[in-house]
Design a binder for this molecule. Sequence first.
Ligand SMILES: Cc1ncc(COP(=O)(O)O)c(C=O)c1O
Length: 361
Amino acid sequence: MKKKIKLFDPVIGSKEEYAIKETLHSHFWASGSGTGKVSEFENEFKKYVGAKSCVAVNNGTSALHLALSLLDIKKKVVLVPSLSFVSTAHAVVYNGGIPIFIDIDPHTLCMDPDQVTKHITKNTKAILPVHFAGMSTKINNFKKICKENNCKLIEDAAHAVGTVYQKRKIGSHGMAVCFSFHPVKNLAMPTGGLVALNGSDHKKNKKLLQIKRWCGISDRQGVNYDVKNLGWNMYMNEFSASIGLVQLSKLDILNKKRKKTAKIYSKEINLENKMPYNDDCSYHMYWIRVKNRTKFIKKLKNVGIETGIHYKPIHQMSFYKTKSKLPVTDRIGKEIVTIPIHPNLNNDDVDYIVKSINKFF
Ligand SMILES: Cc1ncc(COP(=O)(O)O)c(C=O)c1O
């Protein structure tokens, strides 16, 4: 029988089934105030990454939107990579800011600190790097740049749940670190996201974000409340949180499987340009670079292997079209292909993927 290997595939079991049923029958499915399983998930996630505070939301895009709302970025610049999902740039625009696209390091595909230094100006309010495919950005370099230029660091960690940077999990370093729990992510929910907060203002920022994630509702006393500022409807629901709690409990085991596969790919795929192996990476994705991409994707599809392109660079999208000079992003944007690395792959699948890729070259 012909193989059919999906690019992404959440790992689910009886514990997720039980969690869903339990929430269903509890008749408590959601609350804007984030009590119940949502608050339980926030506490467990806080412990897992080592953050000072956590605020769960309905997706990663909302996490970025809310995190940037902690800064006043109206008419100010935020430096972002172009090789990312569009939400990275959209979150800047939602907040009235101007995203300026910065080139990437060809080895990690994360935003290049030297390019950031070249493009930073007095109008730059924040730097928003992405831990691409689960590989950590150089947080300390960005922190130093921020200190020297009086701007803030917000991290897009949508790919990086479980990634480690200098012996500590991503989520414990920056003032606001934004996660996505979209079903394709290492920690999967039907939909979900979270802002991890650190720094001396974490308690104040947590309160602010809790208000903003539920329509600006504050000062609740019994059935009475006030709205002092605009907020959005961005809270996480109980089903997502209950699945998230189960997924979090097995995250390290699942990430270990991803790493094992990444080690094999980095050793055995006969290509020079591919994602390097790093024991601290959570391997949300595994990328390779190929010259004849359309033909390659078709060939793999014909043998039952689904692949993807992550991403078409944001600065090439009609909405963002700019004259930015991003030679590395442009070159890699034409060649990048993502291949399956999810933990549902067995040894035979991994072997089949390696052999099918190597046959092409
Ligand atoms: C780098 C990056 N940032 C942000 C997001 C947005 O997350 P969500 O889809 O949960 O809104 C994603 C999701 O794919 C992403 O990959």
